[in-house]
Design a binder for this molecule. Structure first.
Ligand code: ZN
Length: 446
């Protein structure tokens, strides 16, 4: 007998004929849901008539990009919203995705035709939310439904310049019998909306909830169908970051930083110092070191914190969310071997103030300084920044953007920097301490 159902991983879309506890493709646990094997209803293709166009007859696009009115979002998009592009905005429920996109349509509505499609909230709920945020309701059009066919007909008839679909997981087409939120429904509905929006020149934003449970399929399964993929992250209380995971029209290095206020999400105007707290003392408490990180075109100062205590379980453990634990372990091993610090019987906690994730290799020297300062209870100078990569041989290796990092530090009133010995810099007013070996960083007087 032919199987009528299959099991699909709700995180990555992997298909299996039987239920699996763990997905062999993406490694998720309990992510398989049973879905019907669907045959799309056949439509007669004979009546369809299409023709091609001479490339030389194709008109120039008068406007390729336009601003969303929210500069932090425009930066992450690569300089504004691209006409007829498709953008996936993913994140955990309640993080601010709908709020931000409601702000976008409100900000654009005076100049452009906008459409907000809500399958999550009723029209009056959306109105109340928009009024709470103090948005101009003026010419925002709303359509509340979850049926793909109805949504397509509204887009086709009204040809908005911006459409928001809130959310992906509520969409369903009558052509398929699977429930809304299943992998099959999400894929089909997304594909149809993207292709219609391309044809009529609508820039479409899909809101996709990232959920831990496997019952709703995640936004990951449509990443390949859209032009740009943005993900919301919560940094610290009230602070939201937006990063691009994919961008056909720009780089994926830029981040957008927002604070959550009663008027919605507000872009942070002076991000360079946003992640460090003001300190009046001349030295820092033990375990704290500053570094300068780069995200796209911008440079931020961040505070690395380390705490070292006796191990509770008899062997060493590392607790670090914002810097990869394997990087912390590697730096600890380098310190044990090349700086004579014994960490094997310690529990090590590492954090980044403000909650920003730091993936840059340049953080290693500052991380080593924070760990060493915590271990030896040494106070580092308050106005000192450090950056550099560490080799397993204990050398301090050069990193990119040295001048940018020093400039940002100097603008923040920093006057000292620990840097890799082999790097050269433009003229600046920062006192440089050059380190060949990681050990040098601990022997120099601050
Ligand atoms: Zn999977």
């Amino acid at each position: 007998m032919k199987a009528t159902t299959q099991f699909i991983c709700s995180q990555c879309g992997y298909v299996s004929s039987k239920w699996l506890g763990r997905c062999p493709d993406c490694g998720s646990w309990n992510s398989f849901t049973e879905e019907k094997i669907e045959d799309k209803k056949t439509v007669s293709k004979d009546s369809l008539q299409y023709s091609s166009t001479a490339l030389s007859d194709v008109p120039y696009e008068t406007e390729f990009r336009f601003e969303s009115g929210i500069s932090e979002l425009d930066r992450v998009l690569g300089g504004g919203i691209v006409r007829a592009s498709s953008v996936l905005v993913g994140g955990e429920p309640g993080i601010g995705k709908s709020t931000l996109l409601l702000q976008v349509v409100a900000g654009c509505a005076s100049r452009r035709k906008v459409l907000y499609v809500s399958g999550e909230e009723s029209a009056s709920q959306v109105r109340q939310r928009a009024e709470r945020l103090g948005l101009d309701l003026g010419s925002i059009n709303i359509f509340c439904d979850t049926k793909l066919e109805k949504i397509l007909s509204v887009i086709k008839a009204e040809k908005p310049q911006i459409a928001v679909i809130d959310s992906l997981q509520t969409l369903a087409t009558d052509e398929l019998s699977s429930v809304a939120g299943s992998v099959t429904q999400i894929r089909n509905c997304c594909m149809e909306i993207v292709s219609l929006c391309k044809a009529v020149g609508t820039s479409v934003f899909f809101i996709g909830h990232v959920t831990k449970e496997g019952t709703l399929a995640g936004p990951k399964i449509i990443e390949h169908m859209v032009d740009t993929v943005l993900y919301f992250e919560q940094a610290s209380m009230g602070v939201r970051l937006i990063r691009a995971a994919k961008n056909r029209f720009g780089s994926v290095d830029e981040i957008g930083i927002f604070t959550m206020t009663s008027e919605g999400l507000e872009g942070v105007k002076d991000p360079a110092s946003f992640f460090i707290s003001e300190r009046k003392e001349a030295t820092l408490p033990p375990g704290i070191a500053y570094t300068a990180i780069t995200e796209g075109t911008r440079t931020f100062l961040v505070e690395i914190q380390a705490l070292i205590v006796e191990a509770k379980s008899g062997y060493s453990r590392v607790y670090s969310d914002k810097i990869d634990s394997s990087r912390v372990l590697r730096v600890c091993a380098i310190l044990e071997r090349h700086a004579g610090i014994r960490l094997t019987d310690k529990d090590i906690y590492v954090n980044v103030a403000g909650g920003i994730r730091v993936n840059e290799v340049s953080v290693e020297l500052a991380l080593a300084l924070a760990l060493w300062s915590a271990y030896s209870e040494t106070n580092l100078p308050a106005k000192m920044v450090s950056f550099g990569e560490l080799s397993l041989a204990g050398e301090v290796r050069p990193v990119n953007y040295g001048d940018r990092r020093l400039k940002a530090a100097s603008e923040m009133g920093f006057d000292k920097a620990m840097v890799p010995a082999s790097m050269t810099f433009e003229k600046n007013n920062i006192l440089l301490k050059r380190c060949q070996k990681v050990r040098d960083a601990f022997t120099m007087k601050g």
